[in-house]
Design a protein around this ligand. Structure first.
Ligand code: ATP
Ligand code: MG
Ligand code: FE
Length: 365
């Protein structure tokens, strides 16, 4: 089926078009530049930017794919989770399109869509190093590690269309959010991820030992008796630890060793993310893991997660970065899977749900 996907859950306005599992176009407009001076995404600004960007992005996508709206078999839109006002713009636009064209509309879970993108182009659309690895065994125990400015989650996908389970997630800040906040403390600007990633290369990750959140035995428990947060993460304590560390250098009148702090912070984040993700996969018999979200760009996260997966006999799949960050192609890709599985559309009466759970892959009519 020819499916058009619309994404507006955060600061990217995305329209993607797929035919089955073939990617035709992935057109994205980001309002990231407008958030720079605030050091983070401002929901009101993001919503207004979606309003401005939607029609031009849609036109561009249709023209790039050489597709006429009339030819489309179904429309898919992110209905959650995400920023309520931002979601509202995409959902209203999608409903308007569905009404105008009479096409069926699918209300789709953003997190599961991050995984759906791994199905494209015999994929995971080739790995980030350029190699294609012949596809994911998607209906059979696939894991997904999603790490971005808005989420840090490990999912177990038994069937991408109707059986997705949340194994663990952050209980406070997302990892990308922690990067952005720490970059601000260190005066490195926004977005913080790339800046810290670069700065960390010249620092010593062992210079300071920052805490790995929720890794004490009372939270971890044992394989037989898991603790309350065995596969969960927490990054707000880490952010506070960095702030205290900077204050201490300043109080002593010493230069703040920015590169060492950046490297040690990054090591703490990446260590605990990869450790818990691989643990969750091992304990659930998962042999293939897809990495998604903007923090998938992080060189150290890829390196350490890759090493630990290899040691555990798990394959790590990393799609190209433009498919890891928020985009419309992932929404279209999941929409096509739903159509092919014979799952019905969502109708026009649904509302966006900023905290849509992963167990809900799409909304029933
Ligand atoms: P969502 O959470 O809905 O997917 P988002 O816009 O918050 O949306 P993305 O656009 O996927 O997230 O990713 C942006 C985040 O990724 C930012 O927090 C940014 O700092 C982080 N990031 C980007 N590159 C890197 C990197 N090399 N290392 C670490 N973090 C990075
Ligand atoms: Mg973004
Ligand atoms: Fe996302």
């Amino acid at each position: 089926p020819l499916v058009l996907g619309i994404e507006s859950s955060c600061d990217e306005t995305g329209v993607g078009i797929v035919r089955g599992t073939t990617l035709l176009t992935n057109t994205v407009s980001s309002s990231m530049d407008e958030h720079v001076r605030f050091g983070g995404v401002i929901p009101e600004i993001a919503s207004r930017a979606h309003l401005d960007a939607f029609v031009p992005t849609l036109r561009q996508a249709l023209s790039d794919a050489e597709v006429d709206l009339e030819e489309v078999d179904a429309i898919a839109v992110t209905s959650g989770p995400g920023l309520a006002g931002a979601l509202m713009v995409g959902v209203c636009a999608a409903k308007a399109l569905a009404v105008a064209t009479g096409k069926p509309l699918y209300a789709i879970n953003h997190l599961v869509a991050h995984v759906g993108v791994g199905l494209l182009n015999g994929g995971p659309a080739g790995n980030a190093d350029g190699s294609a690895d012949g596809g994911l065994p998607l209906r059979d125990n696939l894991g997904a590690l999603l790490v971005s400015g808005g989420h840090t989650e490990i999912l177990k996908i038994s069937s991408i269309t109707d059986d997705v389970q949340l194994l663990g997630s952050t209980i406070d800040d997302a990892a990308g959010e922690a990067y952005d906040k720490v970059a601000r403390i260190l005066g490195l600007g926004y977005p913080g991820g790339p800046a810290i990633d670069r700065m960390a290369r010249t620092g010593n990750p062992k210079a300071i030992r920052f805490p790995r959140g929720l890794s004490q035995p009372k939270y971890m428990g044992t394989p037989e008796e898991p603790g309350p947060h065995r596969y969960d993460w927490s990054f707000s304590g880490l952010k506070t630890a960095v702030a205290r560390c900077v204050e201490q250098f300043e109080a002593r009148g010493e230069d703040v060793p920015v590169a060492d702090i950046a490297a040690a912070f990054q090591e703490a984040v990446v260590d605990v993310i990869s450790y818990k993700a691989v643990l969750a996969c091992r304990e659930h018999g998962i042999k293939d893991v897809l990495l998604g979200g903007g923090v998938a760009a992080n060189s150290r996260l890829r390196e350490l997660t890759g090493q630990r997966c290899t040691s555990a006999g798990i394959s790590l799949h990393v799609p190209p970065l433009d498919l890891c960050t928020d985009n419309g192609a992932m929404v279209a890709a999941l929409g096509a899977q739903l159509v092919m599985a014979g799952i019905g559309p969502s109708g026009l009466r649904f509302a966006p749900d900023s905290s849509m759970p992963v167990t809900s892959v799409s909304l029933p009519a």
